[in-house]
Design a protein around this ligand. Structure first.
Ligand code: SAM
Length: 309
């Protein structure tokens, strides 16, 4: 069972909310006959929070499967993780829903997506969740390849919708590491993983510009906006990203980014994103209290009121 830091529970809450909305579409009388869902970095399907020791099934997969099963709606899932042990475990964790799982696989997501696309009808609703632990694990060419699997639907272009864990923290670590490189060549090699994730090195000029304009977080903003611009160039609409911050320092660990089709954009941007943002604020407060409680318990202090001052 994977052990994650407390901020991961915010990601799961955000996604849980999103899938509660998706469930409304999973309805035999609704506009789609089938939902295709691919989680290309699925883990083992269970998560334990390191600080609280609370364990739960990850909501992304299960909310789709449970509801799909109940409504008699056709759900077609693909679960992939490069680690075969995770796939063995997720097979057990999802055994109740195996009828909805088209394929379990333990390949590199940057190859496996092609197998998935062959089985997804491009005019149907499909969601692909890209949740790596480090930016090096997800290449831009994969995202571009997915976007090209499209067709016309009601006059609009339909592409698989994406939920992307945009790993800004590991990119910033890479930039810091590159500063210690002894030669220009070594520095470029170090930064190449970021270029492979973004499909461009344009972020470097953007960062210089933001720095000149006085932005403090110029690298972070340059990476984020370059990525958003890249998604727009391949036809996606991009609602406001959701920041996932660490519990203690409140710095960004990653952004959750939805890349959607034109037809769903305004609902996502105007209804879903504001609701998820307030959910994130609530979750951050709750997590901070949880951390204080844990600290108080460790110190054997029965009266925890002083930790809330
Ligand atoms: C952040 S975890 C996934 C967590 C899970 N999606 C959740 O919501 O709880 C990232 C997973 O990606 C897997 N992984 C890393 N590199 C990969 C790759 N190139 N292709 C597929 N899976 C990969 C890791 O084994 C790990 O289980």
């Amino acid at each position: 069972m994977a052990v994650w830091k407390l901020h991961s529970s915010k990601k799961h809450r955000a996604l849980g909310y999103y899938f509660s909305l998706v469930r409304r579409l999973i309805n035999p009388k609704g506009p789609f006959k089938k939902l295709y869902y691919a989680d290309l970095y699925c883990g083992d399907g269970k998560c334990t929070i390191a600080e609280t020791k609370v364990s739960y099934l990850t909501p992304t997969i299960y909310s789709v499967l449970r509801h799909g099963g109940k409504e008699g709606f056709d759900v077609c899932c693909f679960l992939n993780d490069i680690n075969p042990e995770n796939i063995q475990k997720i097979k057990i964790n999802t055994s109740e829903y195996s009828g909805f799982i088209e394929d379990y696989s333990s390949k590199d997501a940057n190859d496996y997506y092609r197998d998935v696309l062959k089985k997804i009808l491009s005019d149907q609703f499909s969601i692909i969740y890209l949740d790596p632990s480090n930016h090096k694990e997800l290449k831009w060419d994969t995202i571009k390849g997915i976007s090209e699997h499209n067709s016309k639907y009601n006059g609009n272009i339909r592409r698989p919708e994406l939920i992307i864990n945009f790993m800004v923290y590991s990119m910033l670590q890479t930039i810091n590491a590159s500063k210690a490189c002894k030669s220009k060549e070594a520095e470029e090699k170090c930064l190449s993983s970021i270029n492979e994730s973004l499909g461009t090195n344009e972020w470097e000029n953007r960062a210089k510009k933001y720095k000149e304009e006085g932005y403090v977080l110029y690298y972070e903003l340059a990476l984020l906006y370059t990525f958003i611009e890249q998604l727009k160039k391949i036809g996606y609409m991009v609602p406001t990203p959701i920041e996932i911050t660490s519990t203690s320092k409140e710095n960004r660990v990653y952004y959750l980014i939805w890349a959607v089709n034109e037809a769903g954009y305004s609902i996502v941007e105007n209804n879903m994103i504001p609701s998820i943002m307030s959910l994130m604020e609530k979750a951050q407060k709750e997590n901070k209290i949880e951390v204080k409680k844990i600290k108080a318990r460790k110190q054997g202090n029965g009266d925890i009121t002083k930790y809330f001052k």
